[in-house]
Design a protein around this ligand. Sequence first.
Ligand code: THU
Length: 161
Amino acid sequence: MQQKEVRFVYDIYHSIEALNKADATLLEQARKNTDTAYAPYSEFQVGAAALLANGEIVNGSNQENASTPVGLCAERVLLSAISSIYPNTAIETIAISFHNRKAASDHPISPCGICRQTIMEYQTRLNHPIRLILSGMEGEVFIVPDAAMLLPLRFTSDDMK
Ligand code: THU
């Protein structure tokens, strides 16, 4: 029998003020993008913003539906937009924030399982690590240097070869 340990190291900043200018700008944009969410059912508005390798910033937010499973998380709306507007362009960093209309929005949230899988498809396709900046509308900021850390033992296209 063997065991393997997976280590997961990420950075924690006390607030947006502690970030460098580029990261603070991207997080600020993700926070603004919570305003474009269509989330009348959950009232949980998620905003995302990506900085691409070509210097462009692309925006996304969650889009819900009366038929609950039809709804899309902000991260997958963002990735679909990037892939269609700037095909085959690597993503440097994605910032994710949220505005919960029913409770405080003062802690970081992390992408759901389906979004982790979707982010990893993009990262693998472009062969470029994606950094994540995670924070609410205020409070601590987590920086994950490589989205792969959020999905160890993942299923990839290599498994089908
Ligand atoms: N949601 C996101 O957009 N991203 C996440 O990382 C977590 C959850 C959305 C889905 C749904 O519209 C609402 O937040 C509540 O789950």
